[in-house]
Design a protein. Structure first.
Length: 180
């Protein structure tokens, strides 16, 4: 036996009338709508010296200026945001695999100003896809023995002689015998 959609019409309209009546009764107790729902799980965390915060057994990078100060981690279903003093200092896609370290190399740019060798050896920059000139620079830093060093001329203090093979802080024993 098949039913036609019109067979269910009276039941449906009856239910709608009941629902409208219930909403009318509950409306005075409802909270007014204030805006879109921002559902996240907030956790306080501290930033390590390596610009990383721990959340859910993973490590995420934050801006280098946030080191040593507390941040608030806001974990959404798909992303993770780190807030400090009302501004975002780190934003990453959320990782659900444990023991992973997620880097954003742009967080470490201020560190490069103090430690340029970090571009060569730093973990955040290992898998960073650099542009061609930076790739060349990284290769040059990785293989310094292939690039001839540039030497600057020696500068002498006033009143000192240029070093020779015989002079120096430890003269040869033969020289000291001859001058006596």
């Amino acid at each position: 036996m098949q039913h036609e959609p019109s067979d269910f019409l009276p039941i449906r309209t009856c239910c709608l009338r009941v629902q409208k009546a219930q909403i009318g009764e509950e409306r005075p107790n409802l909270v007014p709508y204030v805006g879109p729902f921002d559902g996240f799980y907030a956790v306080p965390a501290s930033v390590s010296k390596t610009c990383l915060v721990r959340f859910d057994k993973n490590r995420y990078s934050v801006d280098a200026r946030a080191v040593g100060r507390p941040v608030e981690i806001r974990a959404y279903a798909d992303r993770l945001e780190c807030w400090q003093d009302g501004r975002i200092v780190g934003r990453h896609d959320r990782a659900f695999v444990r023991g992973k370290t997620i880097y954003d190399p742009l967080h470490y740019i201020p560190v490069l100003a103090r430690k340029p060798g970090a571009l060569r050896n730093g973990a955040p920059f290992k898998e960073w896809d650099l542009r061609q000139p930076l790739r060349r620079r990284r290769r040059r830093n990785l293989l310094p023995h292939l690039v001839p060093p540039q030497r600057s001329p020696r500068r002498l203090r006033r009143g000192t002689k240029a070093p020779t093979a015989r002079s120096g802080p430890f003269p040869c024993p033969r020289e000291s015998r001859q001058t006596r």
